[in-house]
Design a protein around this ligand. Structure first.
Ligand code: ADP
Ligand code: SF4
Ligand code: MG
Length: 323
């Protein structure tokens, strides 16, 4: 086992819901509801789940782009929640986030040279010749050309724009990248190229990834370990191959049964989940997957929320079937 780079403990993020004539708080959306994650140095850790399960909120609270409601976020042992705004700014050089839609995060009026050079200026990395050389180095690192430097974001394809975003994120030599669906908006063939680039960069620069995706096939391609999120909770954590060979949580089993496989003879029977993911949190003191669970045992599952526990070596599951 490598050293722990990032440890998230009891992380919660509740968003208030206001309503009525006086816009009073009438409840909360439990976007992230008490989760623990441990990411080791050099690892690619996946966070997978349906839309609305809380993945982006986890990424943003780790960087304190939204303030956590509760919990600890330890990066190299330091609790980020205790850092001042200026300490946090320094720390963001070590942990960068990449979003799904690079277009909205690239200033349309800046050339690539300025976009990639900007974090170097902000973090006082250097200027003039040194800065220019660093920008050229980054551009070639992500597979773009020198003559791209003087063009604007709208002149590029989606895949190229994501490469620009990656170059910018890598400018100040972060240890860790939080990648939020970085290829979900791209065509399949382009998606594969960007994923290969990310794998190559990880090896070359010894990067640690927190890789967020709704797509298990992408997670399998990129990640070593994965946590499955559902309605703000983690339901299963394991090495990626363990998840595919031996999915234990009924939710994971359902997701995998819906995935296309190369050999149609071995396609397991698809488990159709009824109902939809709710955003307002589950019933207090019950399994939040209960209303959709084919294996639900009414006596227990409706009365007690299962805790995430280690069921096999390195394989954690939150389900009463394994108590
Ligand atoms: N700023 C916000 N204000 C209120 N609710 C939010 C906010 N951001 C996210 N949410 C809600 O939190 C839940 C989780 O959202 P999100 O983290 O974006 O999920 P995912 O990335 O898995 O799709 C959703 O119900 C979403 O509507
Ligand atoms: S605890 Fe019960 S309802 Fe929840 S996933 Fe397990 S079997 Fe299904
Ligand atoms: Mg998201």
């Amino acid at each position: 086992m490598g050293d722990t780079l990032l440890a998230v403990k009891n992380l919660k993020k509740y968003f208030p819901v206001r309503g009525g004539l006086f816009r009073r708080d009438i409840g909360s959306i439990k976007a992230v509801d008490d989760i623990d994650l441990t990411v080791e140095e050099g690892q690619s850790f996946g966070l997978v789940g349906e839309s609305g399960s809380g993945k982006t909120t986890v990424g943003k609270t780790i960087l304190r782009l939204v303030e956590p409601t509760e919990g600890e976020i330890l990066f190299e042992g330091r609790d980020l929640c205790k850092l001042s705004e200026s300490e946090m700014r320094h720390l963001r050089a070590e942990m960068q986030m990449i979003f799904q839609d690079p277009y909205s995060s690239l200033n349309p009026r800046m050339t690539v040279k300025r976009i990639v050079g900007e974090p170097l200026l902000i973090h006082k990395w250097g200027k003039g010749r040194a800065l220019e050389e660093r920008v050229r180095e980054l551009i070639s690192l992500v597979g773009l050309m020198e003559d791209h430097l003087f063009r604007y974001p709208h002149e590029f394809s989606g895949g190229q724009r994501q490469r620009i975003g990656i170059a910018r994120a890598l400018a100040v030599e972060p240890k860790m990248l939080i990648l939020d669906e970085p290829t979900s908006a791209l065509d399949v063939s382009v998606q594969a190229q960007v994923l290969d680039l990310l794998l190559e960069l990880q090896k070359r620069l010894n990067l640690t990834y927190l890789f967020i995706s709704h797509d298990l096939a992408v997670i399998r391609y990129i990640c070593d370990r994965v946590a499955l999120m559902y309605m703000g909770k983690v339901l299963e954590v394991a090495a990626v191959e363990d998840i595919f060979q031996n999915p234990m949580h009924p939710y994971t089993q359902a997701l995998l049964s819906a995935m296309p496989v190369a050999d149609p003879e071995y396609q397991p029977e698809e488990i159709i989940l009824e109902g939809e993911i709710s955003t307002l949190g589950g019933q207090e003191g019950a399994c939040r997957f209960g209303p959709r669970c084919p294996a639900r045992d009414t006596a227990r599952c409706g009365k007690e929320e299962p805790m995430l526990q280690e069921v096999e070596d390195g394989h954690l599951v939150a389900c009463h079937l394994y108590d």
